[in-house]
Design a protein around this ligand. Structure first.
Ligand SMILES: [Zn+2]
Length: 253
């Protein structure tokens, strides 16, 4: 079935009625010039954040994160960065008066394995009307409908949205290998923040083992020795080696 009427869409900025060829998703309003993105449920403002970090700076941000406390020791030295590619990643941005003050909330507009994207803060003052980045920057299509993102937002308990837009984030997609495995991380090209869902984490198991061994030993000593003074001495004697083991475990991981 084809619809005989010309397809039109109202500009969310000026209210002007724009005609639309089927399949058009990117549009400049014929009346006010606003950059628009056309979703099934209507048109929204389309923005981008300028890319402030170049590839070298993104690489350096990744290295700093690798040297930090969340990742396994020496990841920065023992991993190989395979690739650092610029992508323009779409997110739905909702401005809301939730909880009194005004705030912006993000939901991804394309599938991503990295859930921290929703926690990004978009500095509203830095938003620019959408324009394509350099030719080598791959723009990821917004394939998650606005309706779906609205649903996620309300599941987070956020209501009172007064403005919705699509924002292209300037990300660097990094791939690196470590100890036979390959991993992905995203570097936010406007802030240098690093996001990763799966990465070589600081192992916690050895700490738990030491703690469990300590509890068992202390339990046995507590049961076996009744004299409180000897008990105290025994605790001191076993506590020191345990503390040393814990120290060496901490040094290794
Ligand atoms: Zn307009």
């Amino acid at each position: 079935m084809t619809d005989a009427r010309p397809n039109t869409i109202d500009c969310p900025q000026c209210g002007g009625e724009n005609s639309l060829r089927s399949g058009d998703r990117l549009l400049a309003c014929a009346f006010c010039g606003a950059a628009l993105f056309v979703d099934r449920s209507g048109a929204v403002g389309h923005y981008w954040l300028p890319r402030l970090l170049d590839a070298e700076q993104a690489r350096a941000a990744l290295r700093r994160w690798m040297a930090g406390n969340d990742t396994v020791k020496d990841l920065d030295r023992k991993s190989t960065i395979e690739s650092v590619e610029p992508v323009s990643f779409p997110v739905w941005m909702f401005r809301s008066r939730h909880g009194g003050g005004e705030a912006a909330y993000i939901e991804p507009a394309a599938p991503t394995p990295i859930p921290q994207l929703a926690d990004l803060t978009v500095p509203a003052g830095q938003l620019r009307p959408f324009e394509e980045e350099a030719e080598d920057v791959a723009r990821v299509d917004a394939t998650i409908p606005l309706e779906t993102a609205r649903q996620w937002l309300s599941e987070r308990g956020i209501e009172e949205v007064f403005e919705t837009s699509l924002v292209q984030l300037p990300l660097w997609r990094c791939r690196y290998s470590f100890d036979g495995g390959s991993y992905q991380a995203l570097v936010d090209g406007s802030t240098g923040e690093v996001m990763a869902a799966v990465f070589p984490e600081k192992a916690e198991a050895p700490y738990y083992l030491v703690a469990a061994a300590g509890l068992i030993l202390f339990g046995i000593l507590g049961l076996a020795i009744t004299n409180p003074l000897i008990k105290l001495a025994a605790y001191a004697v076993t506590g020191l080696p345990l503390a040393l083991i814990a120290y060496f475990v901490a040094r290794r991981v």
